[in-house]
Design a protein around this ligand. Sequence first.
Ligand SMILES: Cc1ncc(C[n+]2csc(CCOP(=O)(O)OP(=O)(O)O)c2C)c(N)n1
Ligand SMILES: [Mg+2]
Length: 726
Amino acid sequence: MADFTTGDPRDPAGPVRAGSALSGEQALELFRRQLDSRLLDIAARWLREQDQGFYTIGSAGHEGNAAVAAALRPTDPALLHYRSGAFYLVRSALAGRLPEQGIRDVLLGLCAAADEPVSGGRHKVFGHPDLAVIPQTSTIASHLPRAVGVAFAIERASALDVASAWPADAIAVCSFGDASLNHASAQSGLNTAAYATYQGQPLPLLLVCEDNGIGISVRTPKGWVEAAARRPGIEYFSADGSDLIDAFEAASAAVAHVRTHRSPAFLHLSTVRLMGHAGSDVEAAYRTQREIRADLERDPLLHTARLLIESGLVTPEELLKAYESTRDHVLRMALETTRNRRLQSAEEIMRPLAPRRADTIAKISPLFAEPEVREKAFGGVLPESDKPMTLAQSINRTLTDALAVHPEMMVFGEDVAKKGGVYGVTRGLQKRFGPARVFDTLLDEQAILGLGLGSGVSHLLPVPEIQYLAYLHNALDQIRGEAATLSFFSQGAFTNPMVVRVAGYAYQKGFGGHFHNDNAIGALRDIPGLVIASPSRPDDAAAMLRTCLAAARTEGAVCVYLEPIALYHTRDLFDEGDGGWLAQYTPPSRWAETHVPIGRARSYGDGRDLTIVTFGNGLRMSLRAAVRLTQEGYSCRVLDLRWLSPLPVEDLLRAAELTGKVLIADETRRGGGVSEGIVAELVDAGFSGEIARVTSRDSFIPLGEAADHVLLSEEEIEAAARKLLS
Ligand SMILES: Cc1ncc(C[n+]2csc(CCOP(=O)(O)OP(=O)(O)O)c2C)c(N)n1
Ligand SMILES: [Mg+2]
């Protein structure tokens, strides 16, 4: 790397310009990183031309973000815009790494090299486990809800006196583009930050809008970013991102505000976008030459160069020489990077998806609190000495036990605290564990999941609740795009452990319509690595919840725990008063032996004629149907899958082979529902017996008794079974 300070006629330790907070030394250092960043953009295009690079969205024109990194500490967690390249290089250097290391990280990313430091060639991201830079997806603005969660977790970890991934006085920083600011998830983040601050909740979050005035080809209306950014409780700062001194001073003021007040700030950094949106973008198609030229006038590199020359720290000749030698250096490094190994196999690629350390999960799952702690948590009545419990009670007691043993665990969502949930599942938890660990959130599923995402990556153990399955869908990207991919795109260096409790499925009597009886889980089933638990009975619910929490803690698993609303308070199985759907709470001494591993089904009966494969409400219906068939002399067995992802394929095949006839009783829809996956597994495995399926219809669910016309019924199960048996 060129040293262009040789002709130094001035004191580099003094202000770079009279009265400025930035020293000559700092300005020089930042210029070097700005230059590196620009040359990486050029290298990206060169690599693309050689067919060795796979990403050309650059940071050119945005290099003012170097000043933001300089105003922060290298331990402040950062979630970065894809044009925050100079920020990344400055962060890397501030952490004590050589400039080459930061450059190399980026080049490895461009080339999709297997030893890229965070994603290992899976995605071009700015991220590094040692630099507190959490990698982002390409879904613009989807990181804002998480960023709010990270800021929240910094403070909450201190309040709970538990370890966190960040220093107690850290602040979270999150950058994004001007067009991205309009996205629902950006608005969710801003609103949550304002809402929290409005209520006096500390939230050390710096939001940085890198405003280049355009999103691909669509202009952002003049003044809109400022108008949209101004929110109660969020302090607004602005700076010209082309002017290093201005950017540094505004960033420093914003950082100081956030760090001292522990409340959010919005730094509006006006930038320009040079070299188009990406390498393939023909800017001339939607911008005039004049506009493009005007942006070139504001090139931050030229501005910093002018500053350095005016300060007398360097001469124009030295700068030109430095530019050329840095270019040669970066391009040489780019060429070397092309020789790096790329990902070789599906197995290698998928390794970080779902490590499933079953033994560790089995070991951790039975953890319980000291007897005195439990005694206190349960207010003197230990659940194992209590009467047999319903599903809702069993989940409630299991949450209590888990909160008692995991001080970093939090339960939150809409109406979970005082009310104790719409169905009473979280009743009493806030009273027992306090509002720091069990709390109501604002009514925004993206925000709820964002708090989970941010808390999880900060080493807390979030258990967010989604009030109804239908309302998960409007925030699904926070699970699909954010939660489920983090481990994949960071090779497990960052994880966001969480157990998302979702009340779902149909069959609620007298309450309903589609949105309270939604039975659509297809959109969850295809998310790689996601665990879907579908407990049906109180005893399984308890064991499976413990398994999910253990998987979250040991391997950062993201678990969706689907609770069948219609069975929450069900007591009987066959006859009124039989108490067949209640279960005695298992004492902790027996948790190890009753542990339920992920992906293991549960079998009922030893019939030889027919296997009914089911889950959720289907289990209760199938057991009832099976008993009637048995009374007629047929010999049936019922298999409760319990886990819908990964499916318990081994158990399924074994149960199928035992009878040679399989009936799938699936309460989800016929198209895109669970039964399709089950049939596919049976066929793939070469099962040669008979297969039939009964499902709910491909319909939304109507109000009142009409719902029965589209939902799978016990009668249908019985009739289909009879047909298979005859
Ligand atoms: C949710 C989502 N929708 C669409 C896109 C495609 N896309 C990528 S960048 C972009 C424009 C973003 O503009 P802005 O936020 O101003 O950032 P800039 O590129 O200008 O820095 C769009 C539409 C995306 N990545 N994510
Ligand atoms: Mg923009």
